[in-house]
Write a protein that binds this ligand. Structure first.
Ligand SMILES: O=c1[nH]c(=O)c2ncn([C@@H]3O[C@H](COP(=O)(O)OP(=O)(O)OP(=O)(O)O)[C@@H](O)[C@H]3O)c2[nH]1
Ligand SMILES: [Mg+2]
Length: 207
């Protein structure tokens, strides 16, 4: 490979917000990010698991087997203390199968609004699974702590970012630039953990 040629990483996601986060995370490392948005013919992998790992594993391993190559998948969500950790693995579909970010945010605010003085504590979680048809998958995790704001603010990011308030920055995640979000996010933290074990895993692949 010459110096200008980019390495490719396939991410098993159809979420354009995640695709953008991964592009910001991988491009400085010299990777071109390819996602399932580039393979519209591939059908959705049904998320039947009750854990982030089960769903990330299913997405990564199904697509790795289909494409015959190394694939990374992300299963993530927001866990809210006052809602006993909901919406968790159901974050994308919290307000129904239409996966509407606005409806999901409105449902969170309504549920917190029905409690008296609820804790606003929450965290985002991300599980990443790196899979190859001939290898045991590699699983890593990352989190970020924050609070649920009283109302949405900011236009960047996706999902629950407009509600996820970071007290030490005095901003919601959606008020950060893409680069700022991807220095501190659950996805960035999971990727840092992936980088620690990735080289050894790739070496095994070459056996
Ligand atoms: O504000 C947010 N900032 C984030 O950084 C973030 N990461 C995850 N989430 C929420 O959690 C769901 C994941 O569900 P999920 O892992 O099943 O992904 P998805 O169904 O959207 O796409 P896919 O990757 O499965 O194709 C997403 O849809 C969002 O609602 C986020 N919200
Ligand atoms: Mg999904």
């Amino acid at each position: 490979m010459n110096a200008t040629e980019k390495k490719k990483i396939v991410i098993a996601t159809k979420n354009p917000g995640k695709a953008r986060d991964f592009a910001v995370l991988f491009e400085p490392k010299g990777y071109e990010v390819v996602t399932l948005l580039d393979y519209p013919e591939i059908e959705d992998v049904e998320e039947t698991g009750y854990t982030f790992e089960a769903n990330a594993r299913k997405k990564a391993e199904t697509i790795a087997a289909l494409l015959g190559m190394t694939v990374l998948a992300d299963d993530s969500g927001i866990c809210i203390d006052a809602l006993d950790g909901q919406p968790g693995v159901f974050s994308a579909r919290f307000a129904g199968g239409m996966k509407s970010d606005a409806a999901n945010n409105a449902k969170v605010l309504a549920m917190l609004g029905s409690q008296e003085n609820p804790s606003r504590k929450a965290h985002f979680h991300c599980t990443l699974v790196l899979a190859h048809p001939d290898r045991e998958s590699l699983v890593v995790e990352g989190d970020i702590e924050g609070e649920i704001a009283e109302f949405p603010s900011g236009d960047n990011g996706f999902g629950y970012d407009p509600l996820f308030y970071l007290p030490h920055l005095g901003k919601t995640m959606a008020e950060l630039s893409d680069t700022e979000k991807n220095q501190i996010s659950h996805r960035a933290n999971a990727l840092k953990n992936l980088e620690k074990s990735w080289a050894a895993w790739l070496e095994k692949e070459a056996d």
